[in-house]
Write a new protein. Sequence first.
Length: 447
Amino acid sequence: MKLCIIFPPLPFGWTPVAPPSLEYLAALTRRADPDIEIELISASADPEAIDRLECDLAAISILTPTAVPGYRIAEKLRTRGIKVVFGNMHASAMPEEAKTYGDAVVIGEAESVWPQVLRDFRSGALKPYYYGEQIPLDDLPTPLYGMLKGGRKHQFRIVNTSRGCPYNCTFCSVKPFYGPKIRFRPIDHVVRDVAAVPGKMYINGDENIWWTGKVQRAIDLFSALRGSGKRWMGFGSLRPVLEPEGLRMLKAARECGLLSLWVGWESISDEGLREFSASGKIGVDRERAVKTLRDNGIDVSLFYMLGSRHDSIDDFRRSIDVADRLRVSMHPSLVVPYPGTKLREQYEPYIYKELGWEYYTGAYALFEHPDPAMTPEIREEKFYESSLELLSLSRVLRHMVNVPMAGFPHAHILSLMSQIPVRSGMKIAFEKWKAEKKSVNEKRFIK
Ligand code: SF4
């Protein structure tokens, strides 16, 4: 039997980061049945691969922005007699929809049900739905790092150390998937996985690399990783940075190779944070926390959303001012009301239903705004304007000067490597947007 595990093309094309579900699901498969032949396809890296692939079963991992291309791939494969199983966050949020394009859907985390899926397929008794449990993370296999080979090379691999989140950000599609309780992996398993990552750099794929009230766990993990000889980056919240043991934690993080922290800044205004119920997660003087990170030799990138129903047109400009004041790189997206989130429930009456999931990329205005000045077209145009300004060559190079010297040269190279591909993808997307904006507006029934 041959299994093909597929990650559909990303909306903005190839990125340096390998989709983590491919090599991880390969490891779960190998553990469940070592006789199964496995092929991995990252369609952004190898667009032609789908047309030439041959297998008995295809597992397609879909997030909301990749759902539509995932469904198209499934249609192609099923006409060739290949059975299709969908999984990951979008399939879990919209299982009935996914089932209309596939033969089975894994809802939730895969570990507890994946061996059963494979057995059922072998015996010709695939069920329509499999319900994964949120299990303790004390026996996860190491992803089969390096198994993804075809097409353009992804340089970075992801290592996960925990799942789950106690916060309640209304826009979040991760928490509904992983649940409210933080589950940690044993530290020696994380050390084992980091050692297995090819190359000298990796990404911590957790929602948060350190948690309020659990700073000692972060210090223990970082201390255990000190001998890895590898450098890394990941998403982290600001609250633990200013806790009493915060400085000790930052030192341990630096010493085990943390170069750059990605921070969910979420909203430019405090009012926006309250609207998203994200104040609890941030809960501190956030500019002071960013300064503390930089003073401790850690580069910072801020990710935030624009165009919420409470945002004004001035917020687009204000975000540039924040980038200048804090000397960090900033990465905006337009607000996306993902399926399965509280934000979607709140915005339901205002959502442009004619825009399918392929528009859920963070670059489209997906709902009506109460301010007549914030037309969908203006929001999208302002989004591209501020993104391209934040990613302009002069700013990217200026940011290099501001990257803490403690991380030289890796943090500086990383800063370039992470911004230049995004800049190229953004420029292509902007041109595409200009060409198609009339037809997108027609879909919204705006003349
Ligand atoms: S902090 Fe907020 S956005 Fe991040 S996982 Fe938790 S609920 Fe989601």
